[in-house]
Design a protein around this ligand. Structure first.
Ligand code: FAD
Ligand code: NAI
Length: 477
């Protein structure tokens, strides 16, 4: 006997579970189907909770603490003798945090009276003739279920992209999953791809003692980041000991006792490097495996993403898609925003996701965060702008923290002064960027930020000073 719902969400990651919660809040009878398995049990939260945002940030924090104890505590007059690394405890802490998040999401589904089904959801086919408004979803898990609903949200996420010819074995050749669970610090760690995962995971294992080499295909480092910030980042990371080679072409990866990577360098010279482990972080591919979506008539684009319009409608009536499985940045908060917006639209309400104010953060040390346009984009678009920067070196709180690397940079329209982009490299950039997001969402000018009282001493004063710098009137430099 089929169970009937107003809304079925396939996928329990940040896009899916949030869409389900908002749908339930809006009065819809909602089901959420997710297949993630941890020791035979459901593990809600998708990539983000299980092998993405949460565990990576847990390890980034632990490894940073370790590095501080080894290299930074002494300047505070704190002497640490016999410092050691207990990696099993560090990994255990990370696993515990993941589990707390899994359970927390399960609790939220219950609290919102959402029926959860553990298993793979797939379309039974096109809607049965005569009733084009009802979709049938089969759930294949410990027990088989048949669900019906007029609205289906697909939030099936993404998978790590493999390098052609090199499968992930998660022992020597690691995706993000393996990179978060290495049981002994490798002496030599190779990373292919100097993107977000490569830099975050490379930083974790470097801090714990690995020699890390990052091989990047593009000739420029962090091409999507504001050039001035990216150059600063390259300098800092290489000072920290990350060896980053840009402009490489990977020829062959051979895994035996270690991993040998043959590649040509930026000058075209043939090189060969041997690593104990290799992380491949060259982007992610949308996941529609086992969904039977195409058979149900769903259209994918040429790169395998589910084709959607600006409002996340697919080509099928009542079928929506959100998060990593559709166009746009692969970020948890983007997936969440789309999840809420789609639930609102299904309920007949208006909703909008502003892609221009989605913040990006790279959780390295220093952190890199930005929102809006980069200076190179403004130049390419012929936009006249004014720019203001303020270094953390001149910020009292940063000095007290012992972390004065980096700067805040603000870009504003030359005529209207409206903020067009904010770029930060430095301590707590992930938190500081929120002020810029709010400002841009409300169409603020740099002068607006300059006029606002910021607490002293705080890192956020650097945002105010960068705004003052747009008008060439900084107070503290
Ligand atoms: P997912 O989180 O991938 O969830 C999809 C869910 O659907 C999964 O549970 C999957 O098992 C399930 N599923 C798939 N197919 C089916 C099916 N047919 N039936 C049932 N269930 C199915 N983003 C950030 O914003 N900040 C970060 O700090 C960050 N760090 C990251 C670190 C790493 C190492 C990685 C890999 C990613 C990181 N991301 C980060 C990206 C973030 O994880 C993704 O953007 C986000 O998880 C996408 O959410 P989603 O709901 O679209 O998909
Ligand atoms: P990415 O897109 O950030 O970086 C991939 C890098 O690999 C690029 O620099 C690309 O030029 C390079 N590359 C591609 N093919 C290559 C090849 N054959 N040889 C060498 N280099 C190659 O992808 P990544 O790091 O895998 O992360 C995937 C996504 O996950 C990110 O784009 C982001 O959306 C999300 N993520 C977000 C995080 C955050 O918000 N802090 C953290 C980690 C991941």
């Amino acid at each position: 006997m089929a169970k009937t719902y107003d809304l079925i969400v396939i996928g329990g990651g940040p896009g899916g579970y949030i869409a389900a919660i908002r749908g339930a809040q809006l009065g819809m009878k909602t089901a959420c189907v997710d297949e993630w398995n941890s020791g035979g049990k459901p593990a809600l939260g998708g990539t983000c909770t299980n092998v993405g945002c949460i565990p990576s940030k847990a390890l980034l924090q632990s490894s940073e603490n370790f590095e501080h104890a080894a290299h930074k505590f002494a300047e505070h007059g704190i002497l640490v003798n016999g410092l050691g690394l207990d990696l099993p405890t560090m990994l255990g802490r990370k696993n515990k945090i993941v589990k707390q998040n899994n359970d927390g999401i399960g609790f939220l589904l219950k609290k919102n009276k959402i029926d959860f089904f553990h298993g793979r959801g797939s379309f039974a086919g096109p809607p049965s003739a005569g009733d084009t408004k009802v979709w049938e979803i089969k759930v294949a898990g410990k027990s088989e279920e048949t669900l019906h609903a007029g609205n289906v949200v697909i939030a099936t996420g993404s998978n790590a992209r493999a390098l052609p010819g090199s499968k992930f074995d998660e022992k020597l050749i690691l995706s993000n999953s393996g990179a978060l669970a290495i049981s002994d610090v490798p002496k030599r760690l190779g990373v292919i791809g100097a993107g977000v995962i490569g830099l975050e995971m490379g930083s974790v294992w470097r801090r714990l003692g690995a020699e890390v080499t990052v091989l990047e295909a593009l000739p420029v480092f962090l091409g999507a980041v504001d050039e001035q910030i990216a150059k600063e980042a390259a300098k800092i990371f290489s000072r920290q000991g990350l060896a980053i080679h840009t402009g490489v072409r990977i020829a062959k990866v051979t895994a035996k006792n270690g991993v040998v990577v043959d590649y040509s360098d930026a000058n075209g010279a043939q090189q060969s490097a041997t690593f104990d482990k290799l992380i491949i972080s060259i982007g992610r591919t949308p996941n529609t495996v086992g969904l039977n979506a195409v058979e149900a008539g769903l259209v994918l684009d040429e790169r395998g993403f589910i084709a959607v319009d600006d409002e996340c409608h697919t080509n099928l009536p009542g079928v929506w898609a959100i998060g990593d499985v559709v166009r746009g940045p692969m970020l948890a908060h983007k997936a969440e925003e789309e999840g809420v917006a789609v639930a609102e639209r299904i309920a007949g309400r208006h909703a909008h996701v502003n892609f221009n104010t989605i913040p990006w953060v790279i959780y390295t040390s220093p952190e890199i965060a930005w929102v809006g346009q980069t200076e190179q984009q403004l130049k390419a678009d012929g936009v006249e702008y004014r720019s203001g920067t303020f270094p953390f070196m001149a910020n009292g709180r940063a000095r007290a923290l012992g972390d004065t690397t980096g700067m805040v940079k603000m870009l504003a329209d030359a005529k209207t002064d409206r903020i067009l982009g904010v770029h930060i490299i430095g301590p707590m950039a992930s938190e500081l960027i929120a002020e810029a997001v709010v400002a841009m969402e409300f169409g603020a000018s740099s002068e607006d930020i300059a006029l606002i009282c910021h607490a002293h001493p705080s890192l956020s004063e650097s945002m105010k000073e960068a705004a003052l710098a747009v008008d060439k009137r900084t107070l503290n430099i």
